[in-house]
Design a binder for this molecule. Structure first.
Ligand SMILES: C[S@@+](CC[C@H](N)C(=O)[O-])C[C@H]1O[C@@H](n2cnc3c(N)ncnc32)[C@H](O)[C@@H]1O
Length: 166
């Protein structure tokens, strides 16, 4: 496992470093096939809390993955949805192979209720799809929300990989 970057994803280089970590993680977990499958799906990946959308742009332009971004503050563009998970995400059930989130559980900044975030992520993920969470404030009861924990942060620095179960 590689150390995930700690800074925000502001440049294409940041996005490349971050995506390298995600790829390595999924390969190590025996989930490399989902990365290949993601290149054939439209859409394939949601960056939930995408900020400036740097990762979304990088994945679309450099990796060939059809990514979308949602953020309660983000201001548009064709790949971005200005939406808070608490309002419900504007995507159909079982849409994405991968949902990625970075830093959305900071209680001082966002006050998100983990139950509602996990419920909404689970809804838009396909069965067998992965929720890759990169967060210093991970909620403790994620394994009770219809996900199998493939990698937990107890051993690591705040990265978790969850698989949606049927
Ligand atoms: C720590 S920033 C990370 C931004 C970006 N992913 C990056 O790596 O640079 C977390 C982002 O999550 C967004 N966010 C927090 N809670 C959210 C929610 N419930 N629904 C949608 N976006 C949310 C915030 O607006 C913020 O842009």
């Amino acid at each position: 496992m590689r150390d995930y970057p700690h800074d925000l994803t502001n440049t294409p280089e940041d996005a490349a470093a971050l995506w390298g970590c995600v790829q390595q993680d999924l390969q190590d977990l025996g989930k490399g096939e989902i990365l290949r499958a993601a290149q054939a799906e439209i859409p394939a990946l949601l960056d939930l809390g995408c900020g400036r959308g740097t990762l979304v742009r990088y994945l679309r332009e450099k990796v060939g993955i059809c990514a979308l971004g949602a953020d309660r503050r983000s201001d548009g563009g064709q790949w971005f949805f200005r939406r808070d998970t608490n309002e419900g995400l504007p995507f159909a059930d079982d849409t994405f192979l991968i949902v990625y989130s970075r830093g959305i559980f900071d209680p001082n900044l966002y006050g998100n209720q983990p139950e509602s975030v996990f419920r909404e992520v689970r809804r838009v993920l396909r069965v067998g799809g992965l929720y890759v969470l990169h967060d210093g404030n991970l909620p403790m009861y994620r394994d009770q929300m219809g996900f199998q924990v493939l990698r937990d942060s107890i051993l690591d620095m705040g990265e978790v990989v969850l698989e949606k179960t049927a």
